[in-house]
Design a protein. Structure first.
Length: 322
């Protein structure tokens, strides 16, 4: 996954050393949507063993495959001739190799989007894109940049479009997910059930890590549960979650709209209600349809040069964001 090079380790009380370090920004950092992996090499192991992803049954199975791989000799060279004697050691070696690979700028943080060219003074945003950026930054409109940071850091590093904070947005339930066939099952992010160390913290239920929006236009599913499939729909959710909840959430048998239907009622107080949220039902959305298109146009300027070709392929490969 791209642009994780400055991702901090998970902590419940994050103090930003770039801004005002007396402010507790709350739960921040860690790999995966719930921040449960402490490092890139730990993260690398999770999809290898997850039944929903690469589906290896055990560390032993991965180690055996590594030993048969065409690059087995390279692993021996890097980690010692006996690296395959202990499956745990071989598995760890593969994780470390992946971690180092993920530090290669060309592959993992190339900064070759149009927006990067603009920051370098080598390009200009189009009219709709520039309007979109203003709406993205405007605290009374999108207010997106309050979490998806759009400006350079104090030391001049280009923005990653995330502050890595964990926040509850009340994203609708994705009824297409197998696990959700059980009405009693809820993926609550930071408080579990996949992550287990903070299960006694009801105030963390429903929180997920703010993802980078770099290359967001090439994804085909949005948010931790993949409930939306177009960028415009993801932005519209922000604009209309509170003004038109009937549009986003399921109904109970009595016809009443179940707002935040992917979160048991006792956790609804965890959901963020600041701009772009917080209007009354039936009130004016924070972004009009034309403004949603402008924000989408801006977000499309965050696509790296090598990812742009993906957009022109029919049925381009799906990539999951972790
Ligand atoms: C209060 C912090 C916050 C604000 C404000 C915010 N976001 Fe997000 N954004 C998040 C978090 C947290 C997630 C992941 C939530 C989840 O999946 O449950 C997210 C996810 C997304 C995604 C899905 C990306 C993916 O990888 O699937 C998009 C697109 C997005 N935000 C765009 C925006 C736009 C556009 C705005 C402004 C209209 C905005 N965000 C405002 C925190 C924020």
């Amino acid at each position: 996954m791209r642009y994780l090079q400055t991702l901090v380790a998970f902590s419940e009380h994050h103090h930003d050393n770039d801004g005002d370090d007396s402010i507790d920004a709350g739960p921040t950092g860690g790999h995966m949507w719930d921040g449960r992996a402490g490092s890139a090499h730990e993260q690398a192991g999770l999809p290898l063993l997850s039944p929903a992803e690469m589906g290896n049954a055990s560390v032993q199975e991965v180690a055996a495959k590594l030993e048969r791989a065409t690059y087995a000799d390279e692993l021996r060279k890097a980690f010692g001739d006996d690296v395959f004697r202990d499956p745990q050691a071989a598995f760890k070696a593969a994780g470390l190799a992946l971690e180092v690979f993920q530090q290669s700028p060309k592959d993992f943080y190339p900064f070759t989007s149009k927006y990067d060219a603009v920051l370098r003074g080598e390009a200009k945003l189009g009219i709709a894109e520039a309007r979109g950026l203003r709406l993205f930054n405007d605290g009374n409109k999108g207010n997106c940049a309050s979490c998806h940071i759009s400006e350079r850091t104090q030391d001049g590093a280009f923005p990653l479009f995330t502050d890595f904070g964990l926040i509850a947005l009340g994203v609708p339930r994705n009824r297409a997910l197998k696990a959700n066939a059980d009405p009693a099952y809820f993926d609550l992010g930071l408080c579990g059930p996949i992550r287990t160390d903070l299960k006694d913290h009801p105030e963390y239920c429903g929180l997920f890590r703010t993802p980078t929006l770099r290359n967001v236009a090439v994804w085909q599913s949005f948010f931790h549960n993949g409930v939306f499939h177009t960028l415009e729909e993801a932005i519209r959710f922000y604009a209309q979650r509170d003004t038109a909840p009937q549009r986003w959430y399921g109904r109970a048998a009595n016809g009443i709209v179940q707002k935040y239907d992917d979160l048991p009622a006792r956790y609804h107080g965890n959901v963020n209600v600041e701009a772009p949220f917080g209007q009354k039902r039936g009130g004016r959305p924070s972004l009009t349809e034309a403004e949603i298109r402008d924000v989408a146009a801006f977000l499309r300027t965050l696509t790296d040069a090598d990812q742009q070709q993906l957009l022109s392929l029919p049925g381009f490969a799906h990539s999951v964001s972790i």
